[in-house]
Design a protein around this ligand. Structure first.
Ligand SMILES: [Zn+2]
Length: 408
C-alpha cells in the first residue's frame, strides 16, 4: 500500500479494489471509491480510501474486483423461532376473515402457540435454522429473535434457549428478546392484566435468572395489552437492567410509542397509526422507529407509518423482516428494502441505513456494528452490484457475493 507512515501493520485479512458503502455519516452511503478494509481479530483495523491507507502485511488478501461492500445486514425484529406454520390461516384470510377476527376467534397467534408448546427444542432449532439460512444468504450477520409463542414459562424459556443456541452454533450474532406479553394465552382469556402480571413477575424472573434475554418487548394493542399493562412489564424489565422495545400502533393508536419513548425504549416497531405526539416523543428520547413493510404488505394494510413526520422530527428509521408465521412469513431483507421504498417511499439510501446503521441502534449495538469503521466488528456483505441503490431496486434477485462475519 502507499502512503505508509514508517511501519507496516499486520492484519488477518485485507480486502482491496473495493467500493465501500460504509454507511458512516457524511457522504451519501458513506461511499468510498477504490477502498480497502483491513481486519484483525474480527475487528476493522482500517476502512477507507486506498491512497490514505497505511501499509499492511496481510495473512490473506482478497481482490474484490470493484465489488461493493456494505456493512453486514442486521435484521432487528424477528420471531424466527416457532412451531408449525399458518398457511391455512392465509387461505382463510383470502376467503375474507381479518387478522383481528381470526385472533378473536382463538386462531392466529394461538395456533402457533399450540404448535410451539408441543415442539421439542431440536425441532424448533431445525425449523428456525432454515429461516436463518435464508437471511444469511442475503448478507445478514446479526439477527434479533423474540420469544412470544410459548405464553407460559417453560415454553417461553424453550424459545429463548433455542435462540441462544442459534447464536452459539451458527456464524451470526443473535440478540434475544423476551416477548412473553405477545398475546393473552387461552388460559387467561379475558384476564390480560393477570397474565401481564405473571409476565412481569415470575416469568421475567426466570428469564433473567438464566440470562436468556437482552431485551423485553410487548404487544401494545386492543387485541393484546393496554399501555398500563405494558408499563408494568417495562417497569419490571428495567428493574432487571434489561432494555425495552415495543410493538406499537400497528392496528390502532393506543399511545404505546409515546410510552415506550418516555421509558427509554430502544425502539418502537410497526407504527402505522403513530401520530405526531408519538413521533416527537420518539425523537426526543432517541427511540428508533422500526417499520415492518412485510407485515403491512401481508395484512394488506392501507394506513402507512408517518415517514414524513419521522424525517421532519429526526427520528431514526430502521427496517426489519418481522419474520413470523402469521403476519409476515418473510425472510428476505432485500425484499424488505424494496417494500420500504415502494410502499413507504423511503429512499434506497434510507432503506440500506435501515438494515445496517439504524438497525444496530434499534438493538443498542451502534458502537459495535452497523457501519464500516475502524474499531467496529468486521461484519460485511460483498455484492455484485454497480451501485448501492440496486439492493433496494431489484425484486427477487440476490446479488450477494460473500458474507463476512466476525472477520471470517
Ligand atoms: Zn413482531
Amino acid at each position: 500500500m502507499s502512503k505508509a507512515g514508517s511501519e507496516t501493520l499486520l492484519c488477518d485479512r485485507l480486502w482491496t479494489n473495493a467500493r465501500l458503502a460504509t454507511m458512516a455519516p457524511g457522504a451519501p452511503y458513506g461511499a468510498v471509491e477504490d477502498g480497502v478494509i483491513a481486519a484483525r481479530d474480527g475487528r476493522i483495523l482500517y476502512a477507507g480510501p486506498r491512497d490514505e491507507a497505511p501499509a499492511f502485511q496481510a495473512a490473506i488478501t482478497i481482490d474484490c474486483a470493484g465489488r461493493w461492500i456494505t456493512p453486514g445486514l442486521i435484521d432487528c425484529h424477528t420471531h424466527l423461532v416457532y412451531g408449525g406454520d399458518r398457511a391455512h390461516e392465509f387461505e382463510l384470510r383470502l376467503q375474507g376473515a381479518t387478522y383481528e377476527e381470526i385472533a378473536r376467534a382463538g386462531g392466529g397467534i394461538l395456533s402457533t402457540v399450540t404448535a410451539t408448546r408441543n415442539a421439542s427444542e431440536d425441532a424448533l432449532f431445525a425449523s428456525a435454522d432454515r429461516r436463518l439460512a435464508a437471511l444469511m444468504a442475503e448478507g445478514v450477520t446479526t439477527v434479533e429473535i423474540k420469544s412470544g409463542y410459548g405464553l407460559e414459562q417453560q415454553a417461553e424459556l424453550k424459545q429463548l434457549r433455542v435462540a441462544r443456541r442459534i447464536g452459539r452454533e451458527r456464524p451470526v450474532t443473535v440478540r434475544t428478546t423476551f416477548l412473553g406479553a405477545h398475546a393473552v394465552p387461552p388460559e387467561y382469556k379475558g384476564r390480560s392484566g393477570d397474565y401481564a402480571a405473571l409476565v412481569a413477575g415470575p416469568m421475567l424472573e426466570a428469564v433473567a435468572a438464566e440470562g436468556l434475554a437482552d431485551a423485553v418487548d410487548a404487544f401494545c394493542e386492543g387485541i393484546a395489552f393496554s399501555t398500563e399493562e405494558t408499563k408494568g412489564v417495562f417497569d419490571a424489565a428495567k428493574a432487571k437492567g434489561l432494555a425495552v422495545k415495543l410493538h406499537a400502533e400497528q392496528l390502532s393508536n393506543l399511545g404505546g410509542a409515546k410510552l415506550a419513548a418516555e421509558m427509554g425504549a430502544l425502539s418502537a416497531d410497526h407504527l402505522e397509526y403513530l401520530d405526531e405526539t408519538g413521533v416527537i416523543a420518539m425523537a426526543k428520547a432517541g427511540t428508533v422507529a422500526v417499520v415492518l413493510p412485510g407485515a403491512f404488505y401481508f395484512l394488506r394494510e392501507t394506513q402507512k407509518p408517518p415517514i414524513e413526520l419521522m424525517r421532519k422530527h429526526g427520528v431514526t428509521i430502521a427496517l426489519a423482516t418481522d419474520a413470523n408465521p402469521g403476519s409476515s412469513p418473510l425472510t428476505s431483507p432485500l425484499l424488505v428494502m424494496n417494500m420500504a421504498c415502494t410502499l413507504f417511499r423511503l429512499t434506497p439510501e434510507e432503506a440500506l441505513a435501515g438494515v445496517t446503521r439504524n438497525a444496530a441502534k434499534a438493538l443498542g449495538l451502534q458502537d459495535e456494528i452497523g457501519t464500516i469503521e475502524a474499531g467496529k466488528r468486521c461484519d460485511l456483505a460483498i455484492w455484485d452490484i454497480e451501485r448501492p441503490a440496486e439492493l433496494a431496486y431489484r425484486i427477487g434477485f440476490n446479488p450477494l457475493h460473500a458474507r463476512i462475519w466476525n472477520g471470517q
